[in-house]
Design a protein around this ligand. Structure first.
Ligand SMILES: [Zn+2]
Length: 154
């Protein structure tokens, strides 16, 4: 598959971004979508589903672009459903992780460990929470930036 459709999708997304305010751009996750399209393209050679998703996206954003001033609730629902489907696929099939995936994960692990350690060491669970949280965030962000470097981040 050539990269024409990715270029077209990115172009359409950039166009849509200019028409919408910042809040809507964030709500629709448009910046992330540019990365999603590129990740799909990375795997399009060996994965038919990625090719199908790219075709869907091309249609979807062309359609959004034409009706940009006339979007309704169903459009947003469809958009989010599609986002979830694609993210699921990229995670399950291609081992990619969403933005801040490890940080969120390790922060909650850190908090639980912190509670236990706080009880154990200080006999005070509240004391352990900030320590565990800080450690979890530090470890998680390190893993996130590693995933980003390796092109594993959605
Ligand atoms: Zn795929």
């Amino acid at each position: 598959m050539d990269s024409n459709s990715v270029d077209q999708i990115v172009k359409d997304i950039e166009f849509i971004k200019k028409q919408l305010n910042e809040k809507m751009v964030t709500k629709l996750g448009l910046d992330q979508y540019i990365r999603i399209a590129k990740r799909l393209d990375d795997h399009a050679n060996e994965c038919e589903e990625c090719v199908n998703f790219l075709e869907d996206l091309e249609r979807h954003f062309r359609d959004l672009q034409h009706r940009i001033n006339d979007l309704n609730k169903e459009d947003y629902q469809r958009h989010h459903k599609q986002t979830n489907n694609i993210k699921n696929h990229l995670q399950k099939k291609h081992g990619l992780v969403p933005e801040n995936h490890y940080m969120t994960l390790y922060m909650s692990v850190g908090i639980s460990l912190g509670v236990a350690l706080g009880m154990l060491l200080f006999d005070n669970l509240a004391l352990g929470i900030p320590i565990g949280m800080t450690l979890g965030i530090a470890i998680g962000s390190g893993m996130d930036s590693d995933a980003k470097k390796k092109g594993k981040m959605i």
